[in-house]
Write a protein that binds this ligand. Structure first.
Ligand code: COA
Length: 237
């Protein structure tokens, strides 16, 4: 007969303690990028569950494909499962010289999308890249701009970035609209494959000087000091 493991009353307070506490070992989970409209945090497994159902409900018009990797073409439940593997992969392989922060975007307590920021050898190169999506029901309310602004504040003001790179297909007016508003400039065009066909993509760059010239909504970077080394190693940002 197998041994049954009783959940003793003594174990309950321990579980509750960790639910309400800041994460003791992985301070990236405690980081909060907060503006008047959005809060961004490293996506937890609960956030991923919300994001998975949001993604399955639709991220964009299926007649177009805004992503280089056409993940939104996957049928359910592969789209949901893929989202977990994608985020778990980045958590598991995080290094201070190669990181990708998958931010859950929260508006009024509701998870509405993802804002990613990533870099290779950030301590020396000082450049970041970003990518994002919102559930379709949350488009065109200024959230896309606010969430990009939040991670750019982390990059330029929190970590001392010199530039931020982005890109977009010419038919992605919303993504290009966000970049234009925040001061990115086109640096070139490339041909890539999109849904198996050749397509042109615009490369965009936002310099530190241009970031500083533009007005931005205030964003507080809560808990950054405790996880600074996760982004820059031993370098001083
Ligand atoms: C890209 C995305 C995150 C933008 O978020 P959003 O909240 O809809 O964007 P905002 O409301 O902040 O709008 C930013 C600007 O783009 C414009 N814009 C937004 N949607 C637009 C559309 N469908 N057509 C034309 N312009 C649009 C807005 O008018 C705004 O400019 P303005 O303030 O000068 O009027 C969102 O549309 C999205 O998730 N799209 C699908 C996924 C995607 O394309 N990801 C990016 C891949 S590169």
């Amino acid at each position: 007969m197998g041994r049954s493991v009783a959940l003793t009353p003594a174990s309950a307070p321990i579980k509750r303690r960790y639910l309400s506490m800041e994460h003791p070992y992985w301070p990236l989970f405690n980081l909060r990028l907060r503006s008047a409209l959005v809060e961004i945090r490293l996506a937890t497994d609960d956030d991923l569950t919300d994001l998975a159902s949001l993604a399955a409900r639709g991220v964009h018009d299926s007649a177009t494909m805004p992503f280089l990797h056409a993940w939104t073409d996957e049928p359910s439940p592969l789209i949901e499962r893929g989202l977990f593997q994608w985020a778990w992969g980045h958590r598991a392989t995080w290094r201070d010289d190669a990181w990708k922060f998958n931010g859950a975007v929260v508006v009024d307590g509701v998870v509405v999308g993802v804002q990613d920021i990533w870099a290779d050898d950030f301590a020396r190169v000082r450049e970041v890249k970003t990518g994002s999506w919102l559930g379709r029901e949350h488009h065109e309310r200024g959230i896309g701009t606010a969430m990009r602004e939040a991670v750019l504040t982390l990059a330029f003001e929190g970590l001392g970035a010199r530039a931020a790179l982005s890109g977009g297909f010419p038919d992605n007016a919303a993504s290009l609209g966000v970049s234009r508003k925040l001061g990115y400039e086109e640096t070139g065009r490339r041909t890539v494959t999109r849904r198996g066909e050749a397509a042109e993509v615009l490369d965009l760059r936002l310099t530190r000087a241009s970031w500083l010239e533009h007005h931005h909504e205030p964003v507080s970077l809560v808990g950054l000091e405790e996880c600074r080394k996760f982004f820059v190693g031993d370098a001083i940002a």
